[in-house]
Design a protein around this ligand. Structure first.
Ligand code: F6R
Ligand code: MG
Ligand code: MG
Length: 390
């Protein structure tokens, strides 16, 4: 591999069936996916790979020279998921093949169900990378920590101290409903960034670039399965890649952003808010109320495309208090039962099975006096006639 040659780090993930409800895949599924990727490595399509899972999602971490959105790599991932789904069917696991929304592969897994985060890079002298793997939540769950990593000096000391970061970062924010994105500059446009990404169900931080040299520092998967399928088919459990060190936030600054278990959408039936809890791999299985949402962080160095690692980064007692607080928040939220704000609001519930229940009640509503009372009240307030408020 020559100096300056580009390599690509791709994470492609999917839930293709799991044991005991939506808890975790069977080891044979991981083995089946591994076999497919090992063959591709032998043929030279992949430089290296690592197969893991978070909750019920199988995560394929791959390095290669094909660039982002490469059909060969996406097809490879698709085949690995098909192999894992086949095992799931044989073992009669739950939701076998769930995220493979199409029967056939068509050039790119985007829009077919799996989530994708890819970054093409010229390896730095020491290419330190963190891959994040979340379950029971949505891509916007990364908005808050990514903002803190790249724009909040109270999180990232380097923004203040390190001249290479001092100019700030560019945030590419993606509107998942419109399929459009906008690039905004931090710190100057920080309030605009927050005006958007404070609505994580719609606006997702997709990529981050260092302003001084346009180096891509982060990427987040933005697929929203419900929007693709038009109905509830499980949450869009996201993945992210963040490069660290040497003029980028340090590994510890990147992880620091996860020390607050903020509320995210997902959890049971993709319909509830709950804390995002940072966990080591051994806790990457979700049982309480099918959750609560959690995120795993793997630390890597990349050497000519070789994946060196992983380090299970949240396997540190210093995150115990975050986990404890997360569990307390989970308990507090659970006490709300079916009430908002534990249950998601009506806009988000549109993509769940709730509308089918509401539909049944539609014809049982009858008009009541109160309608007139409300109209009269509006008319009084606006100085118009009651009819205008029909
Ligand atoms: C999985 C998930 C789960 C399921 C729940 C009900 O990502 O969100 O909480 O929604 O287990 O699943 P069904 O309706 O298939 O029984
Ligand atoms: Mg699932
Ligand atoms: Mg999942």
């Amino acid at each position: 591999m020559s100096e300056g040659e580009k390599i690509t780090l791709s994470i492609i993930k999917a839930d293709v069936g799991s044991m005991s409800g939506h808890v975790m895949p069977h080891p044979d599924q991981l083995a089946a996916a591994t076999k497919v990727l090992a063959e591709a490595k032998q043929k030279g399509l992949l430089i290296d790979f690592y197969v893991t899972h978070v909750g019920d999602d199988i995560q394929l971490i791959m390095t290669h020279r094909k660039g982002v959105d490469a059909p060969e790599i996406h097809e490879l991932a698709w085949n690995a998921f098909q192999a894992a789904a086949k095992v799931a069917k044989e073992l009669k696991l739950y939701a076998a093949g769930q995220d493979l929304l199409s029967d056939a592969f068509s050039g790119n897994v985007r829009g077919l169900g799996p989530g994708v985060a890819e970054i093409e890079m010229v390896e730095r002298k020491a290419e330190t990378v963190i891959t994040f793997h979340a379950d029971k939540t949505e891509p916007g769950a990364f908005n808050l920590p990514i903002f803190r990593i790249f724009a909040d000096p109270f999180n990232t000391a380097g923004l203040v101290i390190d001249p290479r970061m001092h100019e700030g970062f560019i945030f590419e924010v993606y509107d998942v409903f419109e399929g459009k994105s906008v690039k905004l500059s931090a710190p100057e446009e920080m309030y605009d960034i927050l005006a958007l990404i404070g609505t994580p169900s719609r606006y997702v931080v997709r990529r981050v670039y260092r302003k001084s040299d346009n180096l891509q520092a982060a990427v987040v998967s933005v697929e929203r399965l419900n929007l693709i399928a038009g109905k509830y088919v499980g949450k869009d459990d996201p993945v992210a890649i963040v490069r660290a060190q040497h003029g980028l936030p340090a590994v510890g600054e990147v992880l620091e952003a996860f020390s607050f278990p903020h509320l995210v959408a997902g959890w049971m039936r993709g319909s509830h808010h709950g804390p995002l809890i940072p966990v080591p791999q051994r806790y990457a299985r979700v049982t309480r109320f099918d959750g609560p949402p959690r995120v795993m962080a793997l630390g890597w160095n990349i050497a000519k495309g070789r994946l060196i690692g992983p380090v299970d980064l949240f396997d540190d007692v210093a995150f115990d208090e975050t986990r404890k607080l997360g569990v307390q928040i989970a308990e507090y939220m659970r006490r709300h039962g079916p009430f908002m704000p534990h249950r998601l609001g009506p806009e988000e519930m549109e993509y769940t099975t709730l509308p089918a229940v509401l539909e049944k009640l539609k014809d049982r509503f009858v008009k009541t006096e109160e309608v007139h009372v409300i109209k009269r009240h509006s008319a009084l307030l606006s100085g118009t006639s009651e009819e205008e408020h029909d």
